[in-house]
Design a protein around this ligand. Structure first.
Ligand code: SF4
Length: 157
């Protein structure tokens, strides 16, 4: 693990009341728990924890408005710099992608045999589709653009 990642993770206080998760994260990612795993160099477990609430960590870790969300609620930010939560989240998902951790995801049977149509291939549609697929549903995404990504053109305006 890179030294800067280790340093960032060790800077987290693993607060029991989790303001970063409970007040700051729209998805309620369990931030102290995943960062604890990063501290222990258990990236597979950190990924598993994050997968309970998100499937787009590579993206959210980079483009979420962290200063207004998780990092804006970080206790460390009261007297200094907040924990770099976004970078840690992206690191966990990048490591998972590089090492093929997704191959271990177990497809459940809860929705086996069900067909679901999801309208819109932006972040919400993709996340919804991924959670449904893990439950065993056969998902079809309908998207008006020729790419799945949502209308990210607005990010540059
Ligand atoms: S508030 Fe900050 S220091 Fe506390 S657990 Fe969350 S990221 Fe770590």
């Amino acid at each position: 693990m890179e030294e800067d990642i280790k340093e960032m993770a060790n800077y987290c206080l693993n607060c029991a009341n989790k303001p970063c998760s409970q007040k700051g994260c729209p998805l309620s990612n369990d931030i102290p728990a995943f960062i604890k795993c990063v501290k222990e160099n258990n990236i597979k477990e950190a990924y598993k924890i994050l997968l309970n609430t998100t499937v787009l960590g590579n993206i959210c870790g980079r483009i979420c408005p962290h200063k207004k969300q998780c990092e804006g609620s970080c206790i460390r930010g009261i007297k200094g710099e907040p924990v770099n939560i976004g970078k840690l989240e992206a690191y966990v998902f990048d490591t998972a992608l590089k090492n093929g951790y997704d191959k271990n995801i177990k497809i459940e049977n809860d929705l086996k045999g069900k067909k679901v149509a999801v309208v819109g291939g932006g972040p919400a549609g993709l996340t919804c589709s991924a959670f449904l697929a893990v439950k065993g549903a056969k998902v079809t995404i309908y998207e008006k653009y020729n790419k799945l990504r949502g209308n990210f053109n607005t990010w540059n305006t």
